[in-house]
Ligand binder design. Structure first.
Ligand SMILES: Nc1ncnc2c1ncn2[C@@H]1O[C@H](COP(=O)(O)OP(=O)(O)OP(=O)(O)O)[C@@H](O)[C@H]1O
Length: 317
């Protein structure tokens, strides 16, 4: 099997480089490696390499959720490529649910044995008539995307990262956002029903349970079931929203009446606001305008992930 490592050295505030340096010292297999040089490069590398012949191939991503998102975007619906991941990001929600490699020994053992794989669903967001994006883990409209946008722009991120306190820039952006963010109204159409929500903080669309770096926001999500779950946080006081963020780590947030969960294989979400921020898998993708129709669908068994026999990850059980 041909093996390509796609490495984002910048992932996890430089963790990608450290993890790759350590990993490559222990690799004894034949492999190719490509370093991502800019945003979107992971998708370009993966799609070019995947076109190359009809032999089975393994791409191992060294990076975080954003890099996995790009690479899977590049190979979706390609039957010859299997994806493995070595986590080196900040949030690493992918690794909390899907099986991942931990070291070179495990990669080499995988290549020596049956090389099991599993076909996984992917979410798709169609934003208006033109733009569409996939999501491996989740996508979001509203507060979480707003926070992501401000972290990306923030000078604080640069300084905090320099002194190894990258997570503080996230906390600072959340607190700032709590006071500045403007809520919006949303209409959701699904299964011949219409749901109206006022004063919405965010709408998360999930293919797997984890979100935002370890929050199990959508406990019923399953990346094999052909369904997407929507989590809508609405009409909630600022202080109570903080409580939601605190309780979500213990799955107690499901008791709040201000959180609505919906499940289906397709949704139409219409945002009633001048502009609302969006992300897919934590990558900021821009703003949508007043009354844009966001169509969210699921494509079943759209890409292949490694299957490991002995792992604690949910999807392997
Ligand atoms: N050489 C590069 N320079 C700058 N940005 C890059 C480079 N290579 C990749 N990127 C971008 O870096 C972004 C962040 O990477 P990634 O999501 O893997 O790390 P992370 O944000 O630390 O982890 P997580 O998403 O798990 O929190 C990706 O969306 C990708 O587009």
């Amino acid at each position: 099997m041909h093996v390509l490592f796609i490495v984002n050295e910048r992932a996890g505030n430089g963790k990608g480089k450290i993890v790759w340096n350590r990993l490559q010292r222990h690799l004894t297999i034949d492999y190719q490696v490509a370093m991502t040089q800019y945003e979107g490069h992971g998708q370009e590398i993966a799609s070019q390499w995947a076109q190359n012949g009809r032999l089975k191939k393994l791409i191992i991503v060294v990076g975080g959720d954003g890099t996995v998102h790009e690479v899977v975007s590049g190979i979706v619906h390609n039957d010859f490529v299997v994806i493995g991941v070595i986590s080196a990001g900040s949030g690493n929600d992918f690794a909390r649910y899907f099986p991942t490699f931990q070291n070179a020994t495990q990669i080499e053992a995988y290549l020596r044995t049956e090389m099991l794989e599993r076909s996984i669903d992917i979410g798709k967001l169609q934003l208006g008539a033109m733009h569409h994006e996939i999501f491996v883990n989740n996508a979001g409209l509203g507060f979480d995307a707003y926070v992501t946008k401000h972290i990306n722009k923030s000078r604080l991120k640069y300084y905090f990262n320099k002194i190894g306190l990258g997570k503080l820039s996230y906390a600072a952006a959340v607190v700032r956002g709590l006071f500045r963010f403007t809520c919006f109204d949303v209409t959701v159409y699904t299964n011949n029903q219409t749901h109206q929500f006022q004063n919405v903080w965010f709408v998360a669309t999930s293919n797997q349970p984890y979100f935002g770096g370890g929050m199990k926001i959508s406990p019923m999500s399953n990346a094999l079931d052909g369904k997407i779950e929507l989590t809508i946080v609405h009409n909630i006081a600022r202080w109570k929203l903080l409580l939601v963020f605190a309780t979500v780590f213990f799955e107690k947030h499901t008791k709040f009446q201000e959180i609505t969960f919906l499940q289906s294989d397709q949704f139409e979400i219409v945002v009633h606001a001048k502009s609302v921020d969006c992300h897919t898998d934590g990558n900021y993708i821009g703003e949508i305008g007043q009354d844009t129709i966001v169509r969210c669908t699921i494509q079943q068994q759209a890409w292949k992930c490694i299957k490991l026999e002995k792992t604690k990850n949910v999807i392997s059980q």
